[in-house]
Ligand binder design. Structure first.
Ligand code: KIV
Ligand code: NA
Length: 272
């Protein structure tokens, strides 16, 4: 990735104007998001959002690379970050490096994101030392849904210390930013004050250094997923359903195609 935001410039935004971040999975949406956002994330949420998978667990490296290449073509200014999917980095630092290097080489992204705190700190240090900037992700980490037994809020009460330790560990390991997902506001504020890299919240309050949402969720695009932490800035799914219904009505009533959509036998401007 050549121009615009870099992992270094994002890191330097700690404590400053909030970082506005969204996901994207396709070129046209990436173009829109890139015009306004600081970070465009190709999240492994792509598996649930675009491919109808029940969780992110079955998302593959090839899926991330394909969508990463599409998004790359639409990103000029924002920092492009691509999620490492489940099973492609947890086994060892060497496995993580091999797969993250492939993601970077084949997509042209400048950074990857992976889930995990204390347990992934060694891997983050290994990647960063070898030229792969890492965004971390702690709190609710959806790839651990089977360990957590669901998608519940993390870090309430005595559990706060565990998430705080995760955030400190990834900051110490050299991550340039960290996503805090679905944690209480008090914890998000404490972590944001405690670590020297930007915290990017999703369901983690305005106390964070930035925010991120799944773009389809905030656009209301083809999703019944309405978690408490999403504000809907559009109802595009409903608009699409209405458009499809109107098209079908018009076809059945022979109102479409209309004369302006039809080709005559003679090319315009010629005489028969
Ligand atoms: O996969 C994803 O979209 C994410 C963001 C919601 C942080 O990880
Ligand atoms: Na993700």
């Amino acid at each position: 990735q050549a121009s615009g935001a870099s992992p270094k410039s994002i890191r330097a935004r700690k404590g400053g104007a909030p970082l506005a971040c969204l996901t994207a999975y396709t070129t046209p949406v990436a173009r829109i998001v890139d015009r306004h956002c600081d970070i465009v994330l190709v999240g492994d949420s792509v598996g649930m959002v675009l491919h109808g998978l029940p969780s992110t667990l079955a998302v593959t490296l090839d899926m991330m690379i394909l969508h990463g290449q599409a998004v790359r073509r639409g990103v000029e200014n924002a920092l492009l970050v691509i999620d490492m999917p489940f099973g492609t980095y947890e086994e060892s630092p060497a496995q993580a490096f091999r797969n993250a290097a492939r993601v970077m080489a084949e997509t042209g992204c400048a950074a990857v994101k992976l889930e995990g705190g204390v347990d992934m700190a060694e891997t983050i240090r290994f990647l960063v030392a070898r030229g792969i900037p890492v965004m971390a992700h702690v709190g609710l980490t959806p790839q651990a849904v089977n360990t957590f037994g669901g998608y519940a809020v993390q870090g309430r009460g005595a559990d706060a210390a565990r998430i705080a330790a995760d955030a400190s560990a990834v900051a110490d390991a050299g991550a340039f930013a960290v996503v805090l997902e679905k944690v209480p506001e008090t914890l998000a504020r404490a972590i944001t004050a405690d670590i020297d890299i930007p915290t990017i919240g999703i369901g983690a309050s305005a106390a964070c250094d930035g925010q991120i949402l799944v773009v389809d969720d905030m656009l209301g695009l083809f999703t019944d997923f309405r978690p408490k932490f999403v504000r809907r800035y559009g109802e595009l799914g409903q608009a699409a359903a209405e458009a499809v219904a109107a098209y079908c009505d018009d076809v059945r009533a022979r109102r479409f195609p209309a004369p302006e959509h039809v080709f005559s036998d003679v090319a315009p401007g010629t005489t028969a």
